[in-house]
Ligand binder design. Sequence first.
Ligand code: UDP
Length: 330
Amino acid sequence: MKAVVTGGAGFIGSHLCDHLIAHGHSVVALDDLSTGSESNLVQLSGNPQFELVKGSILDARLVDEVIAESDTVFHLAAAVGVHTIVDRPLQSLHTNLNGTENVVAAAARRRARFMVASTSEVYGKNDTDGLTEDADRILGSPLKSRWSYAAAKGLDELVAYIYGEETGLPCVITRFFNIVGPRQTGRYGMVVPRFVSQALGGDPITVYGTGAQRRCFGSVFDVVPAVVRLLETPAAYNRAVNLGGREEVSIKGLADRVTAMTGSSSRIDYVSYEDAYGEGYEDMQRRMPDTSLAHSLIGYEPQRRLDDIIASLIDHKRSGDPDARTAAAA
Ligand code: UDP
């Protein structure tokens, strides 16, 4: 495989680069380093099968050049994290819409296999137990920038799907449900690395809302091999496929678990959604995937339990992650 990974310096992207290189493929990572970091790729530097190109997916010419030599494109570059979306709505929208179109168009010209990373956010406020891929989308007002990520990712799916239909582009849409692991930063919102940094730094753990909202966290180590297998499975082409974990926890329950596993004496601070994200923020009460489609296509069975996922982040942050050092110094 001659793969391009957009967002290759990001959390999931860098693990995907590791996995592809470990399996003998060659990889070009394209990343503007806006939220990704070169430090996520130090282990690959000097490897002749790997190259990092620093640039934006908004630069259509660069995207074309990078993809011209490839046969497989994994598109993970995006503006991510609730804080990013709420703080910089226009730039996020621009990247997630126009950037994706550049990447899909280049992949289609090259006739490369194409995967686009989507999100459980596309289901919006639908909090049915066990969301299947055909579940209804229940989005809030288009005039609330909180929904811009969900709206843009929904359009990304459509763009990929329509290219697939009209040009025969072999494409897979993966919907990630709260994927967690080493190298994930809490800076842009993601709750598990935030709680782990707060607990290790002895800072208050910031639970937003009542903490009764529930999530089902999945491991990056389960999801990355699944993404590659899906792209090698023609029955998955032109479909959206849920990927995530199976163990549900409340956010207050997560805070308690992180505190116990780090041995921290941090207290819990309850923060209103308004203080956390600004006025009018609507949170999902529950987001639980049904991953039976992934199971039927590629035998997907998430192996890591929530405690394993939390433990891997604690180890990573204890071994010198910049987020942990910042929290400890604060
Ligand atoms: N959350 C929290 N404290 C934080 C960050 C997030 O309580 O410091 C909550 C957030 O409101 C949501 C859940 O944790 O209910 C998961 O948030 P995240 O941003 O990780 O993912 P989401 O599921 O919202 O996309």
